[in-house]
Design a binder for this molecule. Sequence first.
Ligand code: 5RP
Length: 230
Amino acid sequence: MSSLVEKAKERAASEALNYLYDAEIIGVGTGSTVEKLIAKIGLEKDAFSTKMFVASSYDTLIKLQSLGLKVVPTEFLAKKPDVYVDGADEVTRNLMLIKGRGGALLREKILAYFSKRKIYIVDYTKLVNVLGEKKPLPIEVIPYAVGWVINELVKRKLNPKIRMCRNGKDGPVITDSGNIVIDLYIKIRDPESLEKELKSIPGIVETGLFINLADAVIVGYPDKVDVITP
Ligand code: 5RP
């Protein structure tokens, strides 16, 4: 990754801190940009040691816990997180997002939906005109149904590919919730209708399309940040 992109991620992560100081419960997403935010939280122990965190993945859970932060389980948590901060793979100017490169889309969408404010931190390379321009759309599928789901997606010309592990394990990626990730290599002209179509297929647990789930996207550049709001 170029150092310009790294700098841009750092700037977006720094800006995101401002959205966290007033929160009591903070939801934390997954990925390399969020990793930078977690590191910054770790440097401000005084401001964050009394706060409660909820994690969108084991990866984030481990990172938060290793800094001694208070991570609470979400099971039976009735209070909504005050704010949720996460990265994204693609973002349009009207705040439609693709997420899920890290395979955490199901828990990420749950946290985004149930949090009072949803903030995303991205570098400038994530801005696109059309979703699917640069990255595939991940969907999370129950293993029991995966063969039939694949056939259905092929029939609908959605260009599916089961995501395979690159290292550490042979075979398909298995998510933190025990599901398979299928990536759809398509340009998405109508995200709302695609979301409906995909959710109508039994076995598809969640999609990486985040529609109406963003209150702000902080876009980092090497020398500045922009904040896109609805
Ligand atoms: C994980 C995600 C990530 O938030 C998304 O992939 C962005 O990651 P990065 O900040 O590393 O580019 O959706 O499931």
